[in-house]
Design a binder for this molecule. Sequence first.
Ligand SMILES: [Zn+2]
Length: 157
Amino acid sequence: MDTPVETTVWQSPPAENQLGLPKRNVWQAMWRGFRCRCPQCGEGKLFNGYLTSVPACSICGEDLSHHRADDAPPYFTIVVVGHVVVPLMVAVFLATELSVTTHLLIWMPLTLVMTLALLRPIKGALIALQWALYMHGFDTRSDPDAMPEGYLRIDPA
Ligand SMILES: [Zn+2]
């Protein structure tokens, strides 16, 4: 005779964040944003210009108009580029006897290229971070019509 098989039911951790909204994977969203892709689906384009973001994803329709990246992208770009260029410049200055003109010809273009190359991906990552954390207008609970299907409105008690 067969003995009844005991089954263990595992429950996943709560899939909601502290706002009571479905958790979003922050790092996945930021990586998608860094690749200038929609943080929701990872397919649609995030920009329709160099730094102009699309109002909504053309693939999944996610509303991306709520971001407030403002001056954070230039700030973080300066932090990253500065932490690469300045130590390199000091190291090369100390190790060689290049003229000031040569230093300018090396570091000015490098700074310019790195800045222009990183500004857009960093803006994309910051838009995705705001999306993943429901910052600013991405928390649309006050306007239930704006919520995607499956989201529940939480009324204050
Ligand atoms: Zn999308």
